[in-house]
Design a protein around this ligand. Sequence first.
Ligand SMILES: Nc1ncnc2c1ncn2[C@@H]1O[C@H](COP(=O)(O)OP(=O)(O)OP(=O)(O)O)[C@@H](O)[C@H]1O
Length: 233
Amino acid sequence: MTALLHASVASPPRLQVTEVSLAPGERIALIGPNGSGKTTLLKALAGIEGQATDLRLDGERLSDIPPARRAALLAFLPASREVRWPIPVRDVIALGLNRPDPERVDELLDRLSLTELAERPIDLLSTGERARALLGRALASRPKILLLDEPLSNLDPAWVLRTLDLLDEVTHEGSAVVLALHDLSLLGRFDRVLMLDGGRLVADMPPAALLASPLFGDAFGVEPDGAGWTLRP
Ligand SMILES: Nc1ncnc2c1ncn2[C@@H]1O[C@H](COP(=O)(O)OP(=O)(O)OP(=O)(O)O)[C@@H](O)[C@H]1O
């Protein structure tokens, strides 16, 4: 089966050479301590920053794919929720589309409970509402590859679960999702975990295997204690 994304990327000294392959339908958590290189890796996989060797999306070289089609194949959601422009929420979501599709925008407004806020400028939304609107933009074109940098930060517990359900639907339709996160209690919702430490990929395995591995405590300096985590002495 052709990988949806395959690349060897690097961004020295922040990210050592890292080979990544994403298969259709995979739900992948990207974890690691602060500063370990998660954002750097996502940007490198999106072709925004760093160096990529033979970055292929759905079998095609990134450089051979025209920008409009590239946007429909891959979406990158930055961690920042800052938006300075007073663009209505409806138009922000529409920015994720190659051509006008008001029905798709309405569908996302509904799924993200943003219909009542559709005409409000995005800079006047709460942080969590803005996070939902920006996720809507990333999902708009039904990209095959979603690289999401901390999309669950700023969301209340119900919206964390609704967002994970929404992403499950996206992966059931065959897309691959890579999601950077800090809430390690959510790892069970993923098929695979990539763990970075000091700019190196130190683990690529299912969540249960990682949590049982000493690699986890070595990277984070914490240990699972049943109810949560405790600091290693
Ligand atoms: N533009 C930059 N120039 C130089 N160093 C940078 C730049 N951006 C980030 N860094 C550094 O690169 C390292 C990796 O940063 P990155 O943002 O990828 O980490 P992260 O794992 O996403 O962290 P966090 O969990 O805190 O969001 C950090 O030490 C950071 O200070």
